[in-house]
Design a protein around this ligand. Structure first.
Ligand SMILES: Cc1cc2nc3c(=O)[nH]c(=O)nc-3n(C[C@H](O)[C@H](O)[C@H](O)COP(=O)(O)O)c2cc1C
Length: 350
């Protein structure tokens, strides 16, 4: 694989599509319903414009920051995505190692193919994404294991009480290959977990009071992923969250939910500095990252582009994706007249 020909994150998708079984590609690419939200996540970023300032000393640009207290070389992490073994045999190990080498966060999904302890061997900043099974002791056990394995945060995903109506998955019958193990639960396979109707497995009776239980289980900071309103942002903070992720699950859950960049400011205002605000959905360029920072995000997570990079070339692909992002972010910070992440303010976006 000649990765030199890849000039931007978008370049990985065609390569991935050519290599993957059609149903795996559909599973990764698709969204819910008419995919209005999926498209809007990207379009809403592209409607915004940056306001560059001139004659600032940008001889030394530094895109490093902190993400939930951990030093990160970029304000970008890998979003949690389950079943990465379907996309490349290196599975989650590839992204975890590439993120560690790039000095960025890797967020491991509950539904990873590799167990969280195996992913942790990559080192670096690790967050564990949590889905809560009807047998809540499974999630509780996972949190304790994450703390023991040196994870830095627990990310509770709250936007999947039931699976969104994902037509591309339905029409491609993109069921995970039968018998494949869920790394974190050796007694379960993806078919026994029945991801096609998670209402049967996921605990969709969860309410805000579960956050208190989660906070008892470990000292790890808690991030709530899937927040789209000021009201829920305020509730997350009141229930002890250290961070929220403004996310619509990459347009895979409620179609017609707003584009994440369109609600970022409302969430930032409601949180009012009491927690960190992250965003995912539609981030495809360094300029998108700068726009999110200008509107108040502490950093962003990126999903599909890293998945396509993984499918195209495993760890080398994800490493290349981080290189491209570093170069775009650094170039755009220089052109925006903001040599440090802290220099990027609301005044830098129209
Ligand atoms: C194939 C795939 C699997 C995903 N699996 C999970 C998951 O296990 N847990 C979770 O919280 N979010 C999951 N997500 C959502 C991502 O974490 C993230 O919110 C979304 O992909 C961001 O949008 P983007 O793909 O436009 O960057 C998944 C997304 C994709 C594309």
């Amino acid at each position: 694989m000649n990765l030199e020909v890849i000039l931007n994150l978008a370049g990985f998708e065609a390569l991935a599509r050519a290599r993957l079984p059609a149903e795996a590609y559909s599973y990764g690419a698709g969204g819910a319903g008419d995919e209005v939200t999926l498209r809007d996540n990207i379009a809403a970023f592209r409607r915004r414009r940056l306001r560059p300032r001139m004659l600032v000393d940008v001889s030394n640009v530094d895109p490093s920051t902190t993400m939930l207290g951990g030093a990160s070389a970029l304000p970008v992490g890998v979003a949690p995505m389950g079943r990465q073994g379907w996309f490349h045999p290196q599975a989650e190990g590839a992204g975890a190692r590439a993120a560690a080498a790039a000095g960025s966060v890797f967020c491991a999904s509950t539904l990873s193919n590799l167990p969280l302890e195996e992913i942790a061997k990559a080192g670096g900043l690790r967050w564990l994404q949590l889905y809560v099974h009807k047998d809540r002791s499974r999630a509780e056990e996972l949190v304790k294991r994450a703390a023991d394995a040196g994870y830095e945060a627990v990310v509770l995903t709250v936007d999947l009480p039931v699976l969104g109506y994902r037509e591309r998955e339905l029409s491609a019958s993109s069921h995970f290959p039968i018998g494949t193990e869920i790394g974190n639960f050796p007694d379960m396979t993806f078919d026994s977990y029945d991801v096609s109707s998670p209402g049967t497995e996921h605990d969709n009776s969860l309410t805000w009071d579960f956050l208190a239980r989660l906070r008892e289980l470990s000292d790890l900071p808690l991030i709530i992923k899937g927040i789209l309103t000021a009201e829920d942002a305020a509730l997350a903070v009141e229930h002890g969250a250290s961070g929220v992720v403004v996310s619509n699950h990459g347009g895979r859950q409620l179609d017609r939910a707003p584009a994440t960049i369109d609600v970022l400011e409302e969430v930032v205002d409601a949180v009012a500095g009491r927690a960190e605000v992250y965003l995912d959905g539609g981030v495809r360029r360094g300029a998108d990252v700068l726009i999110a920072l200008a509107l108040g995000a502490s950093g962003v997570l990126i999903g599909r582009p890293f998945l396509w990079a993984l499918a195209a070339a495993g760890e080398a692909g994800v490493t290349k994706a981080f290189e491209l992002l570093t170069s775009e972010i650094t170039t755009d910070m220089a052109l925006l007249g903001t040599p440090r992440v802290a220099d990027i303010t609301r005044a830098h976006v129209q």
